[in-house]
Structures are given as C-alpha cells and as structure tokens.
Write a new protein. Structure first.
Length: 252
C-alpha cells in the first residue's frame, strides 16, 4: 500500500509521523509543520483512500490502516518514530501503541475515537450515504462539528481549505474508513500501552466528546491529559498556538 507523504525537517533528525483525520490529507498539518520541522524529520501522510494515497475497494480495518503506517516506516528506513494523530489518525495511533510498541518512541493523540463501534450504525449509515451521494453530502455538517462558528467566521480561508480536502477525498476511501471505525473498540488493550502518551481533547468537540476521551488519561499508564477550552474538534487549526507547544514539549 503506497501512502502519499510529505517530509520536512533535517534528514538526520528524529522522525515524527503526522496522521490526519477522516476526510483530510497531510495538508491539514500546515499549522504544525514550521514548529515541528525545526527539531524533527516530520512526515505527514495521507491514509489509504485519502488524498494521493492508494484507494483500494473497502471495507478497511484498523489493522489495514495501522499496517500501512508500519510499511511507511519501512519505506522511510526508520526503525522507530514518534507519532501524532488526530481523530481517525488518533485511533490508528492507539492501535499502533498496542500492536507495534517497538516501532514508536511516544504518541500524541488528539481527539481520538476509542470505541467508535458503540455508534456502529452511524458509521455504516455514513459510509452508505457517501457511496450513494459523495462526500459533498456530509461536508457542511462535518465542518459544523470541526470548527466553532466564531472561528469559521473569522478564518474563512482555513475552513475553505478543509472543505476542499473533504470534497476531494475519494468516496470509496472515505466510506471504507467509516467501516473501519464501525467495528473498532480499542478499550480492551489500553492498559498494555507502555509508550509515553499525550492525550488531547477539545472542550466543545461534538465529534469526539471529551467524556469519551478523558478516561484514556487514567487507563493508559502514565498518560498526560490536556483539555483545550473553547475549542471544537480540529484543534490543530483553531488552536495551533496551544497545540504546538504541547507537541514540542511531549515529543522532546
């Protein structure tokens, strides 16, 4: 599986992987690149079925998405890396932390879905809708959950950029990743995670509510929790000034 990716930063610096949310591409990490690339070899990638990555027919599983990341590490000839993931990327990170601990130094997981299978019907319904009507059918409601109204009004260009990423995501890739989430429950193995983990949740996240994320900090041994006040789901955009220092401190 070929994952499209963009690498920035010193060639000999420690590798940090950036894994994006459902329906976006590596371009969503633009607010973090300058800050992280001063100290790290930053590799932002598109999940399978997203952006310019391969998009085989679905359904996909979380194992598929996680193994894609491990193959990317092999392609980069990196024995180990640190990992930053948001939303879907956070779920993949939780799977990697449980199933490939020897390949990763530490994890930063932003607004990660831990047990999306609890809402399995919602995910399968969304997959069916996108296959029938395209990603345009879910764009506006998605943006409404990802950004607070005041941020969207003050930053129309940033919101438009994310809208275009959603619209350009292959319908099958988006739907197949929804199906991966519809069967996913990562709670049973959380106590086995040994890597240092930063967990971030947004106070007004309507996509992955804080009450579903906060328990990670007490279940994963030694995990550190940060709650971003007055923020919605896509905190990497709306609150980069608060997210970037957290990432730099944790990754260092």
């Amino acid at each position: 599986m070929r994952l499209n990716h963009q690498a920035t930063g010193p060639l000999d610096a420690p590798v940090v992987l950036l894994a994006s949310s459902l329906g976006t591409t590596h371009a969503m990490w633009a607010p973090q690149l300058d800050a992280l690339a001063k100290s790290f070899r930053v590799v932002a990638f598109d999940h399978r079925g997203h952006g310019a990555s391969d998009a085989p027919p679905g359904p996909y599983t979380i194992e598929d998405l996680g193994n894609d990341v491990l193959e990317l590490l092999d392609t980069l000839e990196a024995d180990q890396a640190s990992y930053v993931g948001i939303s879907l990327g956070g779920a993949v990170g939780l799977w990697l932390a449980q199933n490939a601990p020897d390949r990763f130094h530490r994890f930063a997981l932003l607004c990660p879905p831990v047990n999306p299978a609890a809402n399995a019907q919602m995910w399968t319904d969304r997959a069916r809708q996108v296959r029938e009507e395209g990603t345009q059918a879910i764009v506006e409601q998605t943006l409404g959950r990802w950004f607070l109204p005041e941020y969207a009004e003050a930053h129309p260009d940033e919101v438009e950029g994310i809208r275009q990423q959603l619209l350009n995501t292959p319908d099958e890739g988006y739907a197949a990743c929804c199906e991966a989430l519809s069967t996913l429950d990562l709670t049973p193995g959380l106590e086995t995670i040994t890597a240092p983990v930063l967990v971030v949740t947004a106070e007004q996240d309507a996509s992955i509510p804080p009450e579903t994320v906060i328990p990670l900090a007490t279940t994963i041994p030694g995990a550190h929790l940060e709650i971003i006040e007055n923020a919605a789901h896509l905190v990497t955009y709306s609150d980069a000034d608060r997210i970037n220092p957290l990432l730099l401190t944790h990754l260092s």
